[in-house]
Design a protein around this ligand. Sequence first.
Ligand code: ZN
Length: 108
Amino acid sequence: MADWPYNTGAWRKLRAAKLVAAPLCEHCKARGVLVQANTVDHNTPIAKGGAPFPALEGLTSLCERCHNEKTATHDRGTAKPFARRFKGFDASGNPIDLADEWHRMREK
Ligand SMILES: [Zn+2]
């Protein structure tokens, strides 16, 4: 059974709105693969201070596989500091995971 906020009507509406706005897995799309998204993920986990009901930009549509990959490598707190939440690179050869160290270094 889902815990708060996933058991609320407000979340179900927000999730549905996100899947209408972004029906494809955003991370598969970055790799050039079009996959139907079925999961809406918080960009900042609620456990880490993220808003439970953020604006759509604060959410990411993911397929089950990408969501499991992210949850396994990032949200459990057991990940190595440099572990990429999302494996793979976009057409320019950049890591698709915006939390990747590579992007942070580029911003400096
Ligand atoms: Zn995906």
